[in-house]
Design a protein around this ligand. Structure first.
Ligand code: MG
Length: 305
């Protein structure tokens, strides 16, 4: 085909596309038009673990959080069942909601020792019930820390066992209007589950809407890309995010330039992620000053993402 012929065919093709578009437009205009509603701008919903925010009492902590526009409170699962009424009353007239419940159970799900496994089963279910009662998005859990022994071996059979067990837990959580959230950790703490995409695949294979996963920017040193990790879990499975400084696990910003969360935040924006980014970290400086600076840093990076 010479150049002249190519141009002629291209033009004919273009006319064809315009014609086809007109037909589609005509067909569309015959039908009832639904108003196009623009997606609301993704919102950065910040949360603090109860022991990370300053303040002497829960009321004082909540007052500080509200004054800073913090909308989530993450609680420990330890002793939660005894605190349900306290938490419900404390939050009844607040904008702050329970963002997540962090572990707090006895035993562990991959325990080889039957008594340890039984302790996990009963204490985890008690926490799930309490989590539902205080309106939590879910209960965070780790299948096994490195130090928890004896542990089931890292085999295909163990993964199948984990998926079956997670299915049961997920279904139990749904009955209590909450979920269970798998947290991958770095290899120094847990070699079993280290990456967000792996956790998301376990969610998928557990076949329960009540099984979700999360990413923790501190542990995500295991990932090659924060952005890809969050997108791999996607809206279907990603239910919570933890944040800390990236070199020493203190307040975001306290480690300087390495505290860059922009790539991960960009993924959350693209997913229109509706849950929380929750502070799970220590603090090197004066707490009230470090908290204010960290919140400002995250909001700045969110706007840049
Ligand atoms: Mg964490």
């Amino acid at each position: 085909m010479n150049r002249k012929e190519f141009l002629k065919r291209s033009l004919l093709g273009a006319v064809g596309i315009v014609g086809a578009t007109s037909v589609v437009n005509t067909l569309t205009s015959c039908c009832e038009q639904k108003p196009v509603v623009a997606n609301a701008a993704p919102e950065l919903k910040l949360s603090f673990q109860e022991w990370v925010i300053h303040g002497q009492t829960l009321t004082e902590k909540l007052d500080i959080m509200e004054s800073m526009g913090i909308v989530g409170l993450e609680l420990s699962g330890r002793g939660l069942a005894e605190r349900v009424t306290e938490i419900q009353q404390a939050l009844s007239s607040r904008k702050v909601k329970v963002s997540a419940i962090c572990a707090g159970f006895d035993g562990f799900i991959l325990a080889e020792d039957a008594a340890e496994k039984a302790k996990f089963d009963s204490s985890m279910r008690e926490i799930i019930e309490a989590a539902g009662a205080v309106g939590s998005t879910g209960v965070i859990m780790v299948p096994a820390f490195n130090g928890q022994q004896p542990c089931m071996p890292h085999t295909l059979q163990t993964r199948e066992f984990l998926c079956e067990q997670m299915h049961e837990l997920g279904e139990f959580a749904l009955k209590h209007n909450t979920t269970v959230i798998l947290e991958p950790l770095n290899r120094a703490e847990a070699h079993y589950l280290r990456q967000v995409a792996d956790a998301a695949a376990i969610c998928r294979d557990s076949k329960s809407e009540g099984v979700k996963c999360m990413g923790d920017f501190w542990h995500m040193q295991e990932e090659t890309s924060d952005y890809a990790a969050f997108l791999a879990a996607g809206k279907k499975y990603l239910q919570h995010v933890h944040v800390a400084s990236r070199a020493t696990r203190n307040m975001p910003g306290e480690d300087g330039a390495v505290d860059n969360y922009v790539d991960g935040l960009r993924a959350l924006k693209e997913l229109n992620y509706p849950y929380y980014v929750s502070f799970e970290c220590g603090c090197k400086g004066e707490r009230s000053e470090s908290v204010a600076a960290a919140v400002e840093l995250l909001r700045k990076q969110w706007s840049e993402a």
